[in-house]
Write a new protein. Sequence first.
Length: 74
Amino acid sequence: MTTATLDPVSVPVSEEEQVRALHELLQEEGKALLIGKGGKPAMKLPDAVYDLLLKILSVMEEGKQSPSFQSHKT
């Protein structure tokens, strides 16, 4: 297991509403899809990526500056 510490992240005031809206959108029922750049087809986000994204958005909304996440090597 490795531990990664992210650099401090601040959400600009101009993006706070977007972060909140994205967090709410991802909490709705159903599966999250990622649409690729340049018109690449959508794909379902893996559960681990989806869960991590929700954690990141929660931390950003709370205004915490130094989140840490542990990654498990398999």
